[in-house]
Design a protein around this ligand. Structure first.
Ligand code: BGC
Length: 742
């Protein structure tokens, strides 16, 4: 009877999915469900298990959502069982970590962020949804928007970097790309903003570690990207593994209910992270799974990912009166609503386009463009790049990342196939091999290879070459979940390999492919040019070849500060005003006198052995052309909280080639009721100009964007004086002033 009811609902035409009708249908369906049916809807399990067992669970109605099955023949069969044989006939929802591309792997999110191109990121995310939905996936566990200020943390690769405003904007672009115009469209996936919240602040950069984020920082730095996603209609949110100040997120009622639902008005689904309901036990705040289930359902976590705590214990918790049926109903309601919004009751099976979108030409082209835009040029002395075939006859390519098709895909390349990866050496040889003589000596078989056996041969070849391009970096396995590092130096004999090359008088271009900022001070010193390409994905080699030979002009800018050494971490641009600010000249052990009095070095917030500044600032990146900023103009210098500031600047391409500059808007105030960051990013625009072209670029800054949690912990715009910078990175630019008045 119940199944008939679900099928009846399925018969409604797709166009009839209006919100009221969904709410109505949810209520009707809910009223007919047993307690077992309901609890089953809150259970999500991995699909990489015995298929017959999974089928049985689906048949029994104890599974609502299944992760990690990407074979449509299997998802469709399981779906058929759910609809035709399970007690309530409710369709399944198939989920996957679709974090940076699907079959076509995009640059890691940290790389995407370096493009500062939200339109392109949205377009690439839409393509990803096309590929993934063809495989039956309708729920993607992304975007990840943890603020990452510590490159030791392996998951920095999955983040959009260290900035709050930027993470919110880029994560929202992914949400829009995944969810498309309508969730009901079969090419759309429900996005999942994760990890809620503070996970990126893991103490010491050790994954899963405890966090101690004070309430104001939590609200002003870590929460806003999630809020931005909620405002962009993100369908779901995933809780984080960490405990902050004593409370694991998955059992935090203030976070999941009071803040997220009651204050922000979020109506979507909250899913735990993998096993994080039962995770309350090792955290030491729950005695057992029953206790954990009790705490988490009450806190507002709707779906239990893979711990089975809800499945095993919610029934007895309801029957004993410890959990109210209304609490269970509320969680189930949200899951049913999501399934209806996705149109699963009408079209439960994987879409079958006439022509497959997987690895299609347009999808690969977009991935290539995004990879190009994600590459940051950090140095280019003597204009060694781009390589111009008319001038350069012999190129020597070396290094373990020149041909590492698996590694260059990056951390979440679950569905990427390395045979489709275009590596740098393949692309360079294919496109330029006839015009330039390209010799390739890998020298090291992989980045941890310690062998120096090939060095002699490499040096000999380097002497004969006009330029050497060395591809170094990190394996895929060195970043991502549970892959933190205590040293960010190049591994294996890579540093020695570069030293050996630097001994030869041939210009050296060093290209890094890595999941995080590495500590590269020495390599910057000894190389003539540096490209930082992150893990650039399937088309990364093509993108690099285009940049190296000047078919594309670098436009990437760092979304994260590069420290000089690990000891400087955490180092981020938007640090607070402090007393004892460093002067910038500190950090040289040779300047310390012997047996002088204690305060001879002054009293500044710095280290004795390293400069206080980073190696490269947030927002930094070079181009093959040069840009000049001039004539900053602000329309209104006294504004109220409701106003919008209009500010503009003239950007001129002063070089010989066309190029793109990312103009960045920062604001800062010296005095407020609580200490403030020295400056904060509040806007950015990519500006493409022909050689010699000039354009006035305009920004609109709603004053409301400057709100922060004041001394009374109220989010408000405070009156006072501000400096506003428009610049090409967080350090260089022109400034103007305004004040906020009553
Ligand atoms: C990760 C999540 C991921 C989930 C499902 C967890 O271990 O922290 O980011 O979405 O697994 O694969």
């Amino acid at each position: 009877m119940k199944r008939l009811f679900a099928l009846l609902i399925a018969a409604l035409p797709l166009c009839a999915i209006a919100q009221e009708s969904i709410d109505q249908r949810v209520e009707e369906l809910l009223s007919k469900m047993t307690i077992e049916d309901k609890i089953g809807q809150l259970n999500q399990m991995d699909g990489r298990r015995d298929l017959e067992k999974i089928k049985q669970e689906v048949r029994e109605g104890t599974l609502s959502s299944i992760m990690n099955i990407v074979d449509p023949a299997v998802t469709n069969e399981l779906q058929r069982i759910a609809i035709e044989e399970s007690p309530a006939g409710i369709p399944l929802l198939f989920a996957r970590d679709v974090v940076h591309g699907f079959n076509t792997v995009l640059p890691i999110p940290l790389g995407m962020a370096a493009s500062w191109d939200e339109e392109l990121i949205e377009a690439a995310a839409r393509n990803t949804a096309l590929e993934a939905t063809e495989r039956g996936i309708r729920w993607a566990f992304a975007p990840m928007m943890d603020i990452a200020r510590d490159a030791r943390w392996g998951r920095i690769a999955e983040s959009f970097g260290e900035d709050t405003y930027m993470s919110g904007r880029l994560a929202s672009a992914v949400v829009r790309g995944y969810q498309g115009e309508s969730l009901a469209d079969q090419t759309s996936m429900a996005a999942c903003a994760k990890h809620f919240v503070g996970y990126g602040d893991a103490e010491g950069g050790r994954d899963y570690n405890t966090t101690s984020i004070p309430p104001r920082t939590l609200r002003d730095v870590y929460l806003p990207p999630f809020r931005a996603c909620v405002e962009n209609g993100c369908a779901s949110i995933m809780t984080s593994f960490n405990d902050n100040d004593g409370l694991p997120s998955t059992g935090n009622k203030w976070l999941l209910t009071e803040l997220l639902r009651e204050q922000w008005g979020f109506e979507g689904v909250v899913v735990s992270d993998w096993g994080s309901v039962a995770g309350l036990i090792p955290h030491g705040v729950a005695h057992d799974k029953r206790d954990a289930a009790h705490q988490c359902i009450e806190a507002g976590c709707d779906v239990d990912m893979s711990s089975r705590s809800y499945l095993l214990h919610l029934k007895e918790l309801i029957e004993s009166g410890e959990v109210d049926m209304a609490v269970l109903d509320e969680a189930v309601r949200r899951v049913l609503k999501l399934k209806m919004e996705l149109g699963l009751f009408e079209q439960p099976y994987a879409r079958t386009p006439e022509q497959s979108d997987i690895y299609s030409e347009p999808i690969l082209a977009t991935a290539c463009r995004l990879a190009e835009e994600s590459i940051v040029m950090l140095k280019n002395e003597g204009g060694v790049l781009p390589i111009v075939p008319e001038k350069v006859k012999r190129v020597l390519v070396v290094g373990p990342m020149a041909d590492a098709p698996y590694d260059q895909m990056g951390t979440w390349a679950l569905d990427g196939d390395k045979t489709h990866t275009v590596t740098p050496i393949a692309a360079m040889q294919q496109e330029w091999g006839e015009k330039v003589q390209i010799e390739y000596i890998p020298c090291l078989t992989h980045p941890r290879d310690k062998s120096t056996a090939e060095f002699k041969k490499m040096k000999k070849a380097a002497r004969k070459a006009d330029v050497v391009v060395a591809f170094v970096g990190e394996e895929q396995m060195m970043s991502g979940e549970a892959h933190s590092l205590s040293s960010l130096d190049l591994q294996g004999a890579q540093a020695e390999m570069l030293e050996a090359l630097a001994e030869v008088d041939t210009p050296l271009v060093t290209v890094f492919l890595a999941g995080r900022p590495l500590t590269i001070a020495r390599q910057v010193e000894i190389s003539d040019a540096i490209l930082y390409a992150w893990h650039p994905g399937t088309m990364g080699g093509q993108a690099l070849s285009n940049i190296i030979f000047g078919k594309a002009n670098p436009s990437g800018k760092l979304p994260v500060t590069f420290p000089r050494n690990v000891g400087q971490i955490p180092l981020y641009y938007n640090h607070k005003h402090t007393s004892h600010r460093a002067k910038g000249t500190e950090g040289n052990l040779d300047n310390i006198p012997r047996e002088a009095y204690q305060s001879v070095m002054g009293h500044t917030s710095s280290y004795l052995d390293v400069a206080p500044s980073p190696l490269f600032h947030f927002g930094y990146g070079l181009s093959y052309t040069t840009f000049e900023l001039s004539d900053i103009k602000i329309e209104n210098t006294a504004v109220t909280a409701e106003d919008t500031i209009r500010v503009s600047i003239v950007v001129t391409n002063t070089g010989e080639v066309d190029g793109t500059e990312v103009v960045q808007l920062y604001t800062g105030r010296k005095t407020a009721s609580v200490t403030q960051p020295m400056k904060e990013l509040k806007g950015f625009q990519r500006v493409t100009l022909k050689a010699g072209e000039s354009r006035r670029v305009e920004f609109e800054l709603p004053v409301g964007r400057l709100a922060f949690h004041n001394r009374d912990m109220v989010l408000a715009v405070e009156e006072g004086k501000y400096t506003l910078w428009l610049g090409t990175d967080c350090q260089n630019g022109l400034k103007t002033y305004f004040k906020i008045i009553k």
